[in-house]
Design a protein around this ligand. Sequence first.
Ligand SMILES: C[S@@+](CC[C@H](N)C(=O)[O-])C[C@H]1O[C@@H](n2cnc3c(N)ncnc32)[C@H](O)[C@@H]1O
Length: 204
Amino acid sequence: MWGIVNEKVSVASKYGATSLTMIDVTPLSEHFLQDFRDRMTSLNIANYHCISQDITQIKLAEIGEPYDVVQCAGVLYHHPHPLQILVALRQITREHLIFTSAITQEVIENEWGRYEIPASGVMFIPALDDAERAILTAYWRPYINSNQLIGITEKAVFDMDNFAACWWLPTASALESMCKVAGFKVLDKGLTWDNNALTLLLGV
Ligand SMILES: C[S@@+](CC[C@H](N)C(=O)[O-])C[C@H]1O[C@@H](n2cnc3c(N)ncnc32)[C@H](O)[C@@H]1O
C-alpha cells in the first residue's frame, strides 16, 4: 500500500476478485488506512475487509477459508522471523501467492569498500558493523531517495516487535529457497528495482 496509489486491492477487484481483504499490522486508525479507504470509495469498491494484525499471528479460523490469490510485497525483511511470514502466507493461500521482497546483491562495491555475501546468504542487519553499514548506505541511498532503510541508512533499536526496521535481506537465491522450504513451488519470477527486489509467482 506504500503510496496508496500502488495498492493491489483495486487491481484484484478490476480483474474479477469477488471478495477482497487487506492485511497490515498498522492500526486501522492510522491516517494512511483512511487514505486507503478513501481511494476504495473513489473507485466505487465497497466489498473489502481490512484486518489490522501482524501477519504471523493470523489464524485461519479467523479468516474462514484460505484466499485464492494472495499478494504480499515489502514485508518479509521487516520481520524478525521472516520464515514465519512465509508460513503464515502459505496457511492463507489456496492457489497462488505473488510475493515481492527487497533483496541484497551478492557483491556491493563503492568508495566505502566492498561488501560480499554468498548466494546462499541472508544478511542479518542488526549484526552490521559501521564500515559495512557505510557501504550499504551509499549503495541504497539513490534507491530510497529521502526515505530511510531503518537499520541500514540509520542505526535502529532492534526490539522484537519493531516492524519498521529492516531485519534481514536475503539474496535472490536464498529468498527463493526460503519460499520453497515454506511449501511453495516457484512458477515464475522476475527482478525489479534495478535487481534490488525479487517478485515470485508461487503455487502451493
Ligand atoms: C515497505 S511497506 C510495503 C507496503 C506495500 N506492501 C508495498 O509493497 O508498497 C511495509 C508494510 O508492511 C507492513 N508490515 C510490517 N510488518 C508487518 C507484519 N508483521 N504484518 C503485517 N504487516 C506488516 C507495514 O505496516 C507497512 O505497511
